[in-house]
Design a binder for this molecule. Structure first.
Ligand code: C2E
Ligand code: CA
Ligand code: CA
Length: 549
């Protein structure tokens, strides 16, 4: 925070310093001499090319000090509480300009004016402002008021009351420099802004940096769901513009399009432009209203809270094709999914691509149930997830799904997940063991083995290994067993044919075969196991001594 007495402002190229006191002393004469000029920086809808308005920005061309940047003299004037005078001066010029456009039947576009913390704290400021508007007879729809996030935080009640007053009079209120502070979410919950201005300069290295890009895109998507239009300002590069387009942010302001222009130049530009408007980009029925959405116990806050589990906000587009986007995840979600995936990688994953056909059906049904009942619904799905570190893994996720919003084209869900792969695998392992045990014990006093269809591998039981001298693994089965003379030659072809039948999907097969060089008759039986697609995976073989009755 600057302190009055020791504060100086740097001016011009020569690095001259002007004290706050000199600025405040020169202020009134400068106003009288018309040294302050209003510039207009155009704003566009870069999807349609339409000009949607302009921001009024003040310039001080001082005869005494030269050009002083507003970033320098505004804080000085704020310290001296001189800002309200300057802002009303700027506003008067804006109204004069708009009146000129109306009278001469020229193109009309809305103008945004800046409002400082000082203005809010100054009694009757809004009344004075509106008196000027009335003097020029300008409809309030042609004026937006910008209030910075930091100004909004100071003395919240005064801010809330001021915005109420402005709304009552019909003004639209924009939150300026959203993202510059840390309290953005809190501010939005208490204060009813109509438009968010997102300053790219505040989101350090936003584009190009994974995290910045993720934050930016999710803020824009969330703002849409809150029906808040977003204007991105400080857009300087084509890359930034392309990124904003890709995340659905249509309204832009910045050097890439135009610097702030003197009134005559802006007037010319306006005459040559198509004029458009800012419109909310989605028509949404929300089951969680905007106020509650930002409430500390609401979903949006919950998603970042440490008290909830792994959570995500997912947008599902209506239609036959599975089209789902993860808008936001919390840190626990990232950890729960594991496999060293980053938040950005997770957000980039289309859940439909990682779910197999069966799981897609299950997931879709749960989403539909959640939409129909408006209650939380659960489902378990298997996903094939690929990551740089771990390759592809099949993981099982239990999801609890709740509908939180709906538009004509999409639905918004709050999804909590639990990675239950380990539980599932342990359970599956138990089932396998039980089944094998059952398959084996169904056939008492026996030899048994396991045959893997795909690899033609045979794993004999301990008794087979001991009594027949077999190794623990036989490849290209049944050839090695035939070679060892366990099967008589006249049975060998029949036994080979059994394996071909197993491969083709026979459920079970059996017969009596004289085994071992001693040709002892055994009842040999195979039971085949199939996967979820009905393909044979394994066959469990057994040989039981035939006892003469
Ligand atoms: P602001 O309200 O955030 O205004 C946007 C600033 O970003 C302007 O600086 C504008 O010239 C600059 N800008 C525009 N496009 C770009 C870009 O592509 N890249 C970068 N880096 N900057 C860009 P300016 O005119 O120097 O004003 C600085 C600040 O001074 C404003 O920030 C605003 O807070 C304040 N200010 C300017 N005019 C007024 C005014 O009439 N009243 C009040 N209360 N404050 C004003
Ligand atoms: Ca501004
Ligand atoms: Ca700004």
């Amino acid at each position: 925070m600057r302190k009055k007495s020791i504060c100086f402002v740097k001016i011009g190229a020569k690095e001259n310093m002007v004290s706050f006191r000199q600025i405040s002393e020169s202020f009134e004469p400068a106003i009288e001499k018309g040294e302050f000029q209003v510039y207009f920086q155009p704003q566009y809808n870069h999807s349609t090319g339409a000009l949607i308005g302009a921001e009024a920005l003040v310039r001080w061309k001082s005869k005494k000090f030269g050009f002083i940047s507003p970033a320098d003299f505004i804080p000085a004037l704020e310290e001296m509480s001189l800002i309200p005078t300057l802002d009303l001066y700027v506003f008067e010029h804006v109204c004069q300009f708009l009146r000129g456009c109306i009278d001469s039947n020229k193109a009309l576009a809305r103008v945004s004016v800046n409002m400082s913390r000082n203005d809010i704290l100054s009694p009757d400021y809004i009344e004075c402002l509106d008196a000027i508007r009335q003097k020029f007879d300008i409809p309030t729809r042609l004026i937006h008021v910008e209030l910075t996030e930091t100004a909004a935080v100071t003395g919240a009640q005064v801010v809330i009351d001021s915005i109420k007053k402005l709304h009552k009079l019909g003004y639209t209120v924009e939150m300026d420099d959203f993202g510059s502070g840390y309290s953005s979410l809190n501010v939005l919950k208490d204060i009813e802004f109509d438009v968010l201005k997102l300053d790219l300069q505040f989101i350090n290295g936003a584009i190009g940096s994974d995290r910045g890009g993720t934050i930016l895109s999710s803020v824009i998507r969330m703002a849409k769901w809150l029906k808040l239009p977003v204007i991105a300002e400080g857009v300087e590069t084509v890359e930034q513009a392309d990124f904003l387009k890709s995340v659905g942010c249509d309204y832009v302001q910045g050097y890439l399009y135009s610097k702030p222009l003197p009134v005559e130049e802006y007037e010319k530009l306006l005459g040559a432009s198509t004029v458009g408007m800012i419109v909310p980009q989605m028509n949404i029925d929300q089951f969680v209203d905007a106020g509650r959405f930002w409430n500390p116990i609401s979903m949006e806050t919950l998603i970042f809270s440490n008290f909830v589990g792994a959570a995500a906000i997912v947008e599902v587009h209506t239609g036959e094709k599975c089209s789902m986007e993860i808008l936001r995840v919390n840190q626990k979600y990232v950890r729960e999914l594991g496999m060293n995936l980053s938040e950005t990688e997770i957000i980039a994953l289309n859940p439909c691509d990682v779910l197999d056909a069966e799981s897609q059906k299950v997931y879709k049904a749960a989403l539909e149930r959640a939409a129909a009942t408006r209650e939380e619904q659960e489902c378990e799905t298997w996903r094939n997830i690929t990551s740089g570190c771990c390759g592809t893994e099949r993981i099982c996720i239990r999801s609890s799904i709740q509908l939180i919003g709906e538009s004509k084209v999409s639905k918004l869900y709050y999804v909590m997940i639990r990675n239950i792969t380990n539980e599932k695998n342990v359970f599956q392992g138990m089932l396998d063991t039980e089944r094998r045990f059952k398959a084996a014990s169904e056939q008492a006093n026996i030899y048994f083995w396991e045959y893997t269809v795909a690899t033609k591998e045979m794993r004999p039981c301990f008794r087979c290994q001991r009594d027949l001298g077999l190794p623990p693994l036989l490849r290209n089965y049944p050839e090695p067993a035939i070679e060892r003379g366990i099967f008589p030659p006249d049975y060998a072809d029949m036994y080979r044919d059994w394996h071909r039948q197993i491969e083709k999907g026979v459920k079970s097969i059996e017969g009596v075969i004289p085994l071992t060089p001693n040709r002892i008759p055994f009842h040999v039986r195979y039971t085949t196991e199939f996967d979820e697609n009905g393909r044979p995976v394994k066959a469990y073989g057994s040989a039981t001594l035939v006892v003469d009755k």
